[in-house]
Design a protein around this ligand. Structure first.
Ligand SMILES: [Zn+2]
Length: 354
């Protein structure tokens, strides 16, 4: 089924998908691919191309499910498509789509900047070299969140082309100045680039967002000129992280020996508003030191957002939390959540003005 036997170079395989058999699933495809792949689709207009990347995280299947459905249906894109599937090896670690990256490896979507260390760095560098040489008119990178929540797009620059791309998939837009070494940070100078977080892993609505958005992205004559609707915009969220070496648990009560315990339903607050005094979990008296806040310019204490009150971790300010995870491994290797501060009396001025 998969014609992907010839390595393009040491880092990936060139995959020539054609029309896939109707029995193909994301799982069966991932089982057959030899590793990370670059692929191309021929469009109606061969003079232009768009870039599609997905599966940079092996536990985020909505993008590859959308691609499989698209290829099974034998649809024709408006332009040529240059695509990458990244963390194929991580995705097929049993149970399928459970590992963000392979054990002992690196998070591929933190490797798109120098120094390009290890196999993930080499793959990222090769991917960027191809994208740079082929000048796509736009790039979309499809992901899932590990917690529940609506779809949203992430950009590093507020330009009308980015808004137009975001509205192919989502109603919410996050503008970030955090530099994490992600693909879309590196490609934004090359072409309008957005990350789309399609929704939570395992949520059928997220798969639908990915598929419907993918069809719009691949088949519209223009994808960078007209926003389809207004966006709810969140500007420059900070990351709330564990301090290095700290552990977190998700439970409904304190856990002996763990400084930071978060409510396992915390992700119900994604894109909502948390007000001062609201309980997020439990924390030891010294536990605030286990947390830190990272902005684009600094890493500092968490005290302006969160505090300890009688053993509980409570909000110290009004903020809107985004990308809350409820998986301890992801919270420990990436972050607990992002937060956008809200001015107490004029929330609309900070949170959603546009
Ligand atoms: Zn991801």
């Amino acid at each position: 089924m998969t014609d992907a036997s010839a390595p393009a170079d040491a880092h990936w395989f060139d995959w020539h998908p054609g029309r896939l058999d109707p029995s193909t699933t994301a799982e069966s495809l991932i089982r057959e691919l030899p590793g990370p792949v670059r692929f191309r689709l021929a469009g109606r207009d061969r003079s232009r191309r768009r870039a599609l990347t997905t599966l940079l995280h092996g536990n985020e299947p909505s993008g590859v499910r959308a691609l499989v459905r698209y290829l099974v249906e034998g649809r024709t894109p408006a332009t040529d498509v240059l695509g990458f599937l990244g963390a194929v090896e991580a995705a097929r670690v049993e149970p399928f789509f459970s590992h963000r990256f392979v054990e002992g490896g690196r998070d591929l979507n933190r490797c798109f900047r120098a120094p390009f260390r290890g196999p993930e760095g080499a793959l990222a560098q090769a991917c960027l070299e191809t994208l740079s040489a082929e000048t796509p008119e736009a790039l979309v990178d499809l992901h899932n969140t590990s917690g529940r929540g609506p779809a949203y797009a992430v950009v590093t620059e507020t330009r009308s082309a980015h808004d137009a791309l975001a509205t192919l998939f989502a109603d919410h837009l996050i503008v970030t100045d955090l530099q994490l070494g992600t693909l879309f940070e590196a490609t934004t100078p090359l072409c309008p680039s957005v990350v789309v977080e399609c929704g939570g892993v395992g949520d059928p609505a997220a798969d639908a967002v990915a598929y419907e958005g993918l069809c719009r992205f691949l088949e519209s004559d223009s994808v960078t000129t007209d926003a389809r609707h207004r966006l709810d915009v969140f500007t420059h969220p900070v990351r709330v992280e564990l301090a290095p070496g700290q552990r977190v648990a998700f439970a409904r009560r304190p856990v002996p020996g763990v400084d930071v315990v978060l409510d396992p339903d915390l992700d119900r607050h994604n894109f909502g508003t948390i007000i001062p005094g609201e309980t997020l979990g439990w924390i030891t008296e010294d536990g605030l030191g286990s947390l830190q806040v990272r902005s684009a310019s600094a890493v500092g204490p968490v005290g302006h957002l969160l505090t300890e009150r009688a053993g509980r971790l409570v909000a110290a300010a009004t903020f809107r939390p985004l990308m809350i995870t409820t998986r301890a491994d992801i919270a420990e290797s990436d972050c607990l959540f992002y937060a956008v501060a809200v001015a107490p009396r004029r929330p609309e001025a900070t949170a959603s003005a546009r």
